[in-house]
Ligand binder design. Sequence first.
Ligand SMILES: C[S@@+](CC[C@H](N)C(=O)[O-])C[C@H]1O[C@@H](n2cnc3c(N)ncnc32)[C@H](O)[C@@H]1O
Length: 196
Amino acid sequence: MKVNWPEKIWVNSPMRLMVQKWETRFFQGLHDMPPGAACLEIGCGRGAAVPLISRWFSPRRIDALDIDPEMVRRAMGRRRGTTPHGLIMAADAQVLPYRDQCLDAVFNFGIIHHLERWKLGLEEIARVLRKGGRFYFEEIYPPLYANRLLRHVVAHPRENRFHGPEFRAAMDHVGLDLLQGYHESRFAILGVAVKR
Ligand SMILES: C[S@@+](CC[C@H](N)C(=O)[O-])C[C@H]1O[C@@H](n2cnc3c(N)ncnc32)[C@H](O)[C@@H]1O
């Protein structure tokens, strides 16, 4: 589900960029990957994380996708002239346009909770990752985005939502093993998983 205009103010803000900067460094410090990887960012929004991933992980290519054509246009503008190469595209994270086991890493900055079929999103991530590939993720839970105040401000799917136990169990179910050092509170989780 696309973000509504109040949430766009947040995801397009300098504060969001600061958070993503911190998180990308956290990911890299927690579990780095060898340079030359093929990466994908799902739900890339305006594309602010692409140069961050490039800087901290030195991949061979980074693709990025988002369901919202307006966000894709912004991400394309930001991408111009940057390296490494990669595609920016409008696509659904629940049906990834990739063959099986072709990627070394998938990055998720707060998009799985926007998916109507979030377990399918995790299945797709596990499908496209090579054995040993990494899933770097920041995800948030209903006490943050669907609390009494925010549920009237931001728009998210309401049915079949996940908290930490369901999210961790679903990763395990699709063959993503959570690595040590993750951060979790009742609001959010930040961590790295590896494809079994
Ligand atoms: C909370 S925003 C996060 C944007 C960016 N990752 C960030 O951290 O600033 C969630 C993003 O996921 C995108 N999104 C929602 N449903 C999607 C889907 N089914 N497939 C791909 N992207 C989706 C939205 O359009 C939005 O850009």
